[in-house]
Design a protein around this ligand. Structure first.
Ligand code: 13P
Ligand code: SF4
Length: 369
């Protein structure tokens, strides 16, 4: 049975050979044709980290919060071809109506951070946390998490957060309970809590694989429990990059995403969400210089779209997010051609029992954003 499941998934992700033989122009022309044919029945949201070849077809570009909000207000689109990663497509499915179908053009477009929090580990960890702290903890999860984790959080009165509202949501969470469990990104959790005045000594780390806390203080002092997860893209910026840049280009401003480590965020000039990074660069004075610590497709696009400023990556050897990059022209075209033939491939559907609680967590965030 397990083998069959694997084969079924394989057959959905392997692209027919003819897509590797089409030229870029041919693929672009076909996508435009299909988009025109479907009109309002088809909606293509695109995350800012997507490749240029894909983002050019997005009906709306945004960060994860904006795309979630847009999908929630898109009642006419019968099909949503989500150009982003799996957890974003799950969110879109949960926020749209039962007749709307969400498609992820390549099922391999996951998120390694979201995979770092597994629901079974979370349930086990929660039991240990309840034993130590009793009913004093509210769980918050970054939207970069599976629907099951969002469901867990929703069931326990908590909410989702994105990098653009994490501060506001953490403030709200502290009005509900004495302590916060923050999943799955320890860096966003730590950076945001520190910004709100929680000292590092009051933050414990929960290591889910080892099933233990990393903390050497008094448990009674803990205010924030950080899940030991991270983004493998944003962890590639380090303090050495900042020191080198400060020496070589002292008038370059450093702007990083809060998924970067605490020391990188502290040593930078500015930090904030994807939309904050875009707004800061767009509103900066002509002639200013910026080194940016975030995903490479976005940094390259900012450089192209702001030729009056000097924009580089904080890490000169940075690669794009590999899973975001799974969505490419051949996969987008394939999923749309299938749709044209009347077949919905790679549909993302969150089971009703999970979605029920996950939507509670999402709505608690959307109401406050
Ligand atoms: P945003 O919430 O800023 O869109 O970020 C999503 C993401 O995957 C960051 O790595
Ligand atoms: Fe996930 Fe990091 Fe890629 Fe964002 S950049 S999708 S958090 S792996």
């Amino acid at each position: 049975m397990e083998v069959l499941d694997v084969l079924e998934i394989e057959s959905e992700v392997s692209l027919p050979k003819r897509y590797s033989e089409l030229s870029q122009e041919e693929m672009e022309a076909r996508i435009l044709e299909i988009k025109a044919k479907f009109g309002d029945r088809l909606f293509i949201p695109g995350h800012h980290y997507q490749k240029d070849e894909v983002i050019q077809f997005a009906d709306a570009r945004g960060d994860s919060l904006k795309l979630a909000q847009i999908c929630a207000e898109m009642p006419n689109a019968e099909f949503i071809a989500f150009c982003g990663v799996h957890f974003m497509a799950e969110t879109a499915d949960m926020l749209t109506g039962p007749d709307q179908k969400v498609i992820l053009p390549d099922l391999r477009a996951g998120c390694s951070m979201a995979d770092m929090a597994d629901i079974d580990q979370t349930e086990l960890g929660w039991v240990k946390m309840q034993e130590i702290w009793g009913d004093t903890i509210l769980p918050l999860t970054y939207v970069n998490s599976t629907a099951a984790i969002k469901g867990f959080v929703g069931k326990h009165g908590g909410a989702t957060v994105t990098s653009s509202n994490a501060k506001k949501m953490l403030e709200w969470a502290f009005t509900q309970k004495e302590r916060i469990l923050f999943l799955p990104d320890q860096h966003l959790g730590r950076n945001t809590a520190f910004d709100l005045g929680v000292p590092l000594e009051q933050m414990a780390i929960w290591a889910p694989i080892e099933g233990e806390f990393i903390y050497d203080g008094d448990f009674e002092d803990v205010k924030v429990i950080l899940w030991k997860g991270h983004c493998s893209v944003h962890e590639k910026f380090n303090i050495k990059h900042i020191e080198n840049l400060r020496k070589q280009e002292p008038d370059t401003k450093i702007l990083v995403h809060p998924e970067c480590t605490y020391d990188v965020v502290q040593a930078s000039d500015y930090n904030g969400s994807t939309s904050f990074i875009i707004d800061t660069v767009e509103n900066a004075e002509p002639g200013t210089k910026w080194a940016i610590g975030t995903e490479m497709n976005l940094v390259n696009r900012l450089a192209q779209e702001n030729p009056d400023k000097e924009i580089v990556s904080l890490n000169p050897f940075m690669c794009p997010c590999l899973t975001m990059n799974r969505i490419d022209l051949p996969h987008l075209l394939w999923s749309l051609e299938k749709l044209e033939e009347g077949e919905v491939v790679n549909q993302i559907t969150v089971p009703e029992a999970v979605a029920e609680n996950a939507v509670l967590a999402l709505n608690r965030m959307l109401e406050r954003s």
